[in-house]
Design a protein around this ligand. Structure first.
Ligand code: MRU
Length: 370
């Protein structure tokens, strides 16, 4: 990739992708074809648009763990399809045998990443199909699990369009939106959540501008959000994470929209590390702060964000930003939480596929999910 800076300030990046000369290619985050799951290897973006075909549960676990496929809604589909891949080769003759294998596979997939509700929701949906159909032949149960996983894909497609439709109503004609991480096409099946709102606003003839936080340490904002927004012709400017407060103070930001990995029953929302900081500085500057997520991200089983497990990732994701020299690294203690939780008091509204939810969140989320 070539990055070209224009003389204007802040620096505008023009990316030229060696493998996409037309620049109008459709982005297919995840697809099921020829009995394999085809995903974009997101660790390669924006340098290379590379697809990989996954045909077994071990590779799916690895792809999830290494963030080749990522973003809560995409993880829901990937996990459900992972269950299918795992169980598709089962030789079980009875439901009892099949259920034991299923348990092993789902436990294994669930151990890949802990925070995104959708990952567990996808697994649970695949399992409940098996349980509901326990009297049917094993071969048929396998087909039903696949059918359920494919239904998740279609539901997510629709959910994101609905989030976009509800969210775009909150966006004015010429507004500038700050976002973090990647809650776009690459984090879902299509369209995205936070970015779906922006795509829809643009489709309605508005002229949204986006500032994308680079999102350290894995740079999903810098690598993925700028990539897809530029592909879709959205005006996007990259900033490093520590610039957000300064931009707000300068009056450059009208709204903040972030995605979510898990939303508790009281509205507390876990999202990529750094989101909480944006919510705090938004409140100080009186800038509306929105979370955009499908209802499948809501975890009614937990009362508050305190119960959300925050994924901790390896030290090298941080140290790798400046060195891989083990002599320098010796003795450096690293803490690398991948998510944080924004308390509901700091959230102006949650934009879901069923509508926009505001305070009091507990009551309104309950009504929404009923
Ligand atoms: O670690 P990642 O890249 O999977 O984190 C993703 C996020 O934090 C997204 O904002 C979230 O999953 C919402 S995606 C629509």
């Amino acid at each position: 990739m070539l990055l070209e800076a224009s003389p204007a300030s802040p620096v505008k990046l023009r990316c030229i992708y060696a493998d996409d000369k037309q620049g109008n290619m459709e982005i297919k985050t995840l697809e099921f074809r020829n009995n394999k799951v085809r995903i974009i290897d997101q660790t390669k973006l924006p340098h290379k648009l590379e697809y990989i075909d996954i045909d077994n549960v071990k590779d799916m676990w690895q792809a999830i763990k290494e963030l080749k496929v990522r973003g809560a809604p995409a993880l829901g589909a990937a996990a459900a399809l992972g269950v299918y891949l795992g169980i598709s080769r089962s030789k079980a003759k009875t439901f009892g045998e099949f259920a034991r294998e299923l348990n092993k596979i789902t436990g294994y997939l669930a151990s890949s990443r802990p925070t995104a509700r959708n990952l567990f929701w996808g697994i649970e949906r695949a399992c409940s199909v098996a349980v509901k159909n326990n009297r049917k032949p094993v071969a048929e149960i396998k087909k039903l699990i696949l059918k359920e996983a494919l239904a998740i894909i279609e539901e997510d497609r629709r959910a994101c369009r609905n989030i976009g439709r509800f969210g775009a109503k909150l966006i004015g004609r010429d507004e500038t939106i700050l976002t973090v991480c990647n809650a776009g096409i690459l984090a879902t099946i299509d369209y995205g959540t936070a970015l779906g709102v922006i795509y829809r606003a643009k489709a309605e003839g508005k002229r949204p501008k986006v500032f994308s936080c680079e999102t350290r340490p894995l740079l999903q904002g810098a690598r993925l959000t700028t990539w897809e927004l530029m592909k879709k012709g959205v005006d996007v400017t990259l900033i490093s994470d520590n610039m957000a407060a300064h931009l707000m103070k300068e009056g450059k930001i009208d709204k903040v929209i972030a995605g979510a990995d898990r939303i508790a029953a009281n509205g507390d929302s876990a999202n990529k590390i750094g989101t909480l900081g944006l919510a705090v500085i938004s409140a100080y500057h009186k800038i509306p702060f929105y979370i955009a997520a499908p209802c499948s991200t809501i975890d009614q089983g937990i009362h508050s964000g305190k119960e959300i497990t925050i994924e901790e990732r390896k030290a090298q994701e941080i140290t790798g930003l400046f060195t891989d020299d083990i002599r320098i690294l010796k003795g450096i203690e690293v803490y690398n939480p991948a998510f944080d939780v924004t308390p509901h008091e700091l959230i102006t509204a949650i934009i879901t596929d069923k509508g926009v939810v505001r305070s009091p969140y507990k009551e309104n989320i309950k009504k929404l999910c009923a």
